[in-house]
Design a protein around this ligand. Sequence first.
Ligand code: 5GP
Ligand code: MG
Ligand code: MG
Length: 175
Amino acid sequence: MARDVVGEIMITQEQINERARQIGAQITEDYKGEEVVLIGILRGAVLWMGDIMKNVDLDMIIDFMAVSSYGASTKSSGVVKIIKDLDSDIEGKHVIIVEDIVDSGTTLNYLKHYLQNRNTKSVRICTLLNKPEGRRVDIDVDYIGFEVEDKFIVGYGLDFDQRYRNLPYISFLKD
Ligand code: 5GP
Ligand code: MG
Ligand code: MG
């Protein structure tokens, strides 16, 4: 694996696990007595989804969606396409979208409206990473693992051209 293009460790697995425990506890408190649907966004959110769901002590179901991503480019096309839709009925439910990173905000802005239009009770966002400098669409992000600077992030689910998702830490691509 061409790891020479990957920079140093920015966030360790231990830091991510600890943050997931805190956010999981917060979600458990915020939705006390309610049922929730966690929707993981494939494929980047797989590891973070696992971390969050095991720390949320509520009645829940999980589901997944896949949307178009950057492909082999490091810039957003601004166009969102649904590759895999939900299998579950979410009408009248509290939904939490679990995403890997919020950059421009285009993807989550689209997804949030899409899910609100299905007559959900509420839609919130839980992201592993937030890159505020990339923002082009104003969007409320309810639960944030970590803020990152404006670099192309890889690892812990995040890819470059489908690679590096398996790195057990957050790093970045060297230019
Ligand atoms: P958006 O620009 O719409 O907020 O981000 C769309 C998607 O692009 C994210 O969900 C993520 O999958 C991908 N993305 C954005 N920034 C990065 C990044 O720094 N690294 C990687 N690997 N993917 C990113
Ligand atoms: Mg990607
Ligand atoms: Mg994503």
